[in-house]
Each structure stands twice: as structure tokens, then as C-alpha cells.
Design a binder for this molecule. Sequence first.
Ligand code: ADP
Length: 488
Amino acid sequence: MRTIYTYLNPMYHLGKKDYSVAIPFFSTILCAVILEFYAYYIAHDPHSIDLYAVFLFIALILYNAFRYGLFGGFATAGVTIAYYFYIIYTRHYSGHQLTSGIQTTIVLGILYFFLAGIIGWLKHTIDSLIEQEADEKKRLEAILQQLPVGIMVTDSKGSVTHSNKQLDMILGRKFPAHFVVGKDTLLHATVEGKSVSPSQGPLAQTFTTGKPVAGKEYTIKRKDGKTVYIQMSASVIRNEQGKIIAAAEIITDITQQKEMDKRKDDFVNMASHELKTPITSMKLYIDSLMTRMSQYKDERATKTLAGIKYQTEKLQELVSNLLDVTRIQTGKLSFTRESFHLNELIAETVEGLQQSISTHTLTYSGKNSVVVSADRFRLYQVLTNLITNAAKYSPTGKDIIIRSKKIDGKAIVSIQDFGIGISPDQQKKIFGRLYQVTDAKERTFPGLGMGLYISKEIIKRHKGTIWVESNKGKGATFYFSLPLQKNK
Ligand code: ADP
């Protein structure tokens, strides 16, 4: 029963392009035969079918044109007109009845062919559109399957409509059918050890905010016990009216990259540890050699030794920065807090640095007491880094102004220079690990891009913030804020 219904329903045949002329042709003849049979053997009145013949055949033309296409519709219209002439002939119309019968048949004929043409053309157009869409879908599916990253595409309500093999491989399981974003859970995902609920995933977030989410990293525990690191980016897709019609998510397996990074970090950590001891000994030997050399009053040798000492100290600083970076990475950067006057620390640091920075004039006029509870050495490290950077990146500007003030329970320190400045698009990036601005001019300044990263971590761990205000070519002002010690 169901198959007969499916066969007869023209909707089921849309897009299939199975056009037939024979079926409409013979089905129309069959209808005419049935009508004739009815007129002569059941109604016993050859004229009883006149009106039926009009309505029945209009319906048949519409149906056949929509079911079998343009030529099916024309075949039906043709047979119908022939049948009308047959009626005129067999019912022996004469005189006025004959002329009006012929006229009506011609008018109806034009109408029937017109109807068959329109409906048939509509059917062909719909078929082509459906075919085009199916081809488009196949092409999209093929592209999705070939992509080297995992992909998930949803409809406007968040039900997943497409996913690819790569995604199954990353997840270590077949992607479930009927998955709804924000509702169903796929796997146990964590960020820095904390579980992520389905509504916190990038796709769910992009649906809520309407904004793209880029490069979020998660750790997932697969059913086979393997831990996989993934990076996900998601975005909603809108139509021309701005309405959300779909959303897509890209999932990249970054496990290898993470393992490589870890091996690299381990190596740097090990190498810096190995380097630290010989450098410390070297410095001690140099100091003792310098003491001994002082008796001989050999100016050249003393100068050479001072040069060696300076370079050794630089090396020591580099190794110590490398160690700090790995300590940050492994969460082992520790702090010893004490309560002290930040303004005094700044004044001492500025005074000390002015001895070695002969090219610039450092000014600090902070007289007001600013008391903080922090790691003194680590803050000295931040100040040194910001002030030496200010000097390093100001080959022409000679002044460096350091200020400190108290605002809303916070201490705010600023270091202003009049050097090369930083363009707005680089301002956030410079606080990243090993990040250096790499335009042609910038390359001439030595460095490894560790200073600001370490400074940012130190300030962050003191519940403060660090930021920069600058314009390319117009100098830069670095700021950091720290919570003031209560009641101070
Ligand atoms: P390094 O100085 O060793 O390259 P940092 O982490 O201290 O590393 O700085 C990162 C980058 O930020 C530098 O490479 C430089 O391009 C930029 N930068 C830092 N301080 C300044 C400054 N005062 N003026 C202009 N650019 C700066």
C-alpha cells in the first residue's frame, strides 16, 4: 500500500528526473475509455460525461505534468484534445453546436497546453534545483571528509548535521547521531584540570554570543584511556538577513605539538640547570682573580676581566630567565611575600640601574609611601626588565620617567620612554612567551622575548595587571598595578 502511495505521490519523485511520456499517454487513453464505457453502458447517455470530461482531464494534465514533466503533460493534453474531437464526432454535433464545440475544444486545447507547459517547466526547474543542491551537498561532504582537521556542522538549532572521519579519529569513537550542542555530552573535557560543561564548549558559546570563538584548548580523556589535547574554534554562519542558519566547529589534534613543547621545555629546563652551576663557579673564579689582579695594577688585564665578568653576568641573567620561564610553565615559580615600601624599592632600583645605563636619564619622583605585600626580588626583576627595555628600545629618546601612585586601593607604577614605540596590534602579543616584534627595525635589538612574559606572570601571580600604552614611533608607557597592603 505504502509503495503504491509513494509511486503515485508526485512529491516523492521531485529531483529524480524520471520523465515518461508513455505512462501519461496511455493513462489518459485509459481514462477516456473508462468515461466512454460509463457514458454508453452505465449512464446510457452519451452526453452525460461532458462536464466530467473537462474537470477530470484538467486534473489529469496537472498531475501528469507535475509527475512526469513537460512531455508527460503535453502527451496528456494532446490525448485529451483528440478525445474531445472524438466526442464531437461520435455525438454527431451539427450546426451551431458543432461550431461552438470546435471553438471550445480549441480554447481548452490552448489552455491545456499552456497549463501543461507551465507545470511541466516548474517540475523540471525544481528537479534541477534539487539535483544542484544534492551535488553541492556531495561536494561539501567530500571536502569535509578530506580535511585534515575534525569538523562539526550544526543547523540553526544546534543539532549536528555533518561531521567527518577525522573527528571520529580524534575522539576515538564514532560521532553519535542526533547530537545536540550544549545539551549532549561527547567526552569528558577539561581546561587546566577543571571540567567543562556542554554549555561551555565553543559551539555553545558561539550560539549564545553570536561571536566567533577561536583557538580554545581542551584536554580530553578518550574511552581507550588516551589523553588527547585538542584545539577548537567555532563560529555561527548567517544568511544575508543576518539570521543564524548554521554553525561550524573545527577541532585540531594538538597532542603531538604539546608533547613536543613539553620535550622542548624539559630540555631547556635541564640545560639551564646544567648551565647554572658552572656559570656561578665561573663568576666566583673571576671575582677571586679580580681581587688578585688588583695588586698588579695591570690596567689592561683588569679591563679584560671586567669585560669577562660583565658577559658572565649577562649569561647568568639569561640562564636565570630561562629557568624562570620553565618554572612558570611547570607552575613552580614560587614567591616569598613580605610587606615593604614599593616606592623605596623603585628608588633603589632606579639608582642602581642609572649606574649601568649611562645613555639615558632615569627620573623617579615618587616620594609618597606605597606599601605592598609582595616578593621584593621578583618586583625588582619586573622593574629592571621594564626599565632596561625602555632604554634598549629608545635609541634616540634620552629620558625615562618612572612614576608611582595610589588609586582605588591599588599601587600603579609606570615607566615611560620616548623610543620606537609599539603598534597597537603588537601590544597584547609582546607579553606572550618568547614573543618579539619582528619587523626589520626591531630585529636589530638583541633579546629572546622572555622579559615581559616573566614580568606578566609575576604581576599576575600578585593579583595585579600589566599593560602598555603606546604608538609606533612615539615611545611607550608600561604600567603595572598591584593591590595595596590593607590599611596602608
Ligand atoms: P626582549 O626585549 O628580550 O626581546 P621582552 O619580553 O622584554 O623581550 O620584550 C618583548 C618585545 O616587546 C620586544 O622584542 C620589543 O619588540 C617589545 N618591547 C618591549 N619593551 C618595549 C619598549 N619599551 N618600547 C618598544 N618596544 C618594546
